[in-house]
Design a protein around this ligand. Structure first.
Ligand code: 13P
Length: 250
């Protein structure tokens, strides 16, 4: 059985004092969950978050990193820097980075490899635009993105990769994919992984859904056969809301 992994993506929100306050209120509410709980916070909150989740079941992730080990890349943060302070996860290839910051399938692939070399666990985002969805290209787009993202990885690395299927038209719009559509898209991703890396590997890969997940739809989504939890944006900024999402099966 795959575990459910529920990650909050705070995007460019929350200051250190808000981070500390959030974790103080949130951690007792999720301490008994069997689900894995991750908070992906801005770089400037990482250290405060890491200090404040000590002794809890909450894991901390970053939202991006550079693929080079080090060097003259002003303003960038390396995998080793993240690892050195205790970060465990890193979101790679979020659609907002693909859209606004020139992230490509190629840089996503390089970043995943660098993340693994530094023992960080990548949460890799894929998803189609509204235009692509309306042209019935969802499956083709997302399976291609997954194939290119994972190119050159070992079976062992693929097993450890978390994939987040996030339809772009569902992000921050209040529109959610139906549980059935989301499950079918995620099945298509799993089938593609099975085709390349084998059934055994595909059965182990955690594939989340993301896009307007809230407490009112989390249960329906996360109970589908192939949806292994969620990557949650807006709703992860509110303690009461995110707590309900994490505790969807309690
Ligand atoms: P929302 O939950 O705000 O739609 O954002 C989803 C997302 O982009 C998570 O990475």
């Amino acid at each position: 059985m795959r575990r459910k992994v529920i990650a909050g993506n705070w995007k460019m929100n929350m200051l250190p004092n808000e981070t500390i306050e959030f974790i103080e209120k949130f951690s007792p509410l999720v301490k008994d969950t069997e689900n894995e709980v991750i908070l992906c916070v801005p770089y400037t909150d990482l250290f405060y978050a890491l200090l404040n989740v000590q002794g809890t079941n909450i894991k901390i992730g970053a939202q991006n990193m550079h693929y080079e080990e080090k060097g003259a890349y002003t303003g960038e943060v390396s995998a080793k820097m993240l690892k050195s302070i205790g970060v465990e996860y890193v979101i790679i290839g979020h659609s907002e980075r693909r859209q606004y910051f020139n992230e490509t399938d190629e840089t996503v692939n390089k970043k995943i490899k660098t993340a693994f070399e530094n023992e960080l666990k990548p949460i890799v985002c894929v998803g189609e635009t509204l235009e692509e969805k309306e042209a019935n290209k969802t499956e083709k787009i997302i399976t291609e993105q997954v194939e290119l993202a994972l190119e050159g990885l070992s079976n062992e690395q693929v097993e450890k990769t978390i994939i987040a299927y996030e339809p772009i038209w569902a992000i921050g719009t209040g529109k959610t994919a139906t549980a059935e559509d989301a499950n079918n898209s995620i099945k298509a991703i799993r089938n593609k992984i099975a085709e390349i890396y084998g059934e055994n590997v595909a059965e182990k890969v955690i594939i989340q859904y993301g896009g307007s997940v809230k407490s009112s739809n989390a249960k329906e989504l996360f109970e589908m056969s192939d949806i292994d939890g969620g990557l949650v944006g807006g709703a992860s900024l509110k303690v009461e809301e995110f707590e309900k999402i994490v505790n969807f099966n309690k």
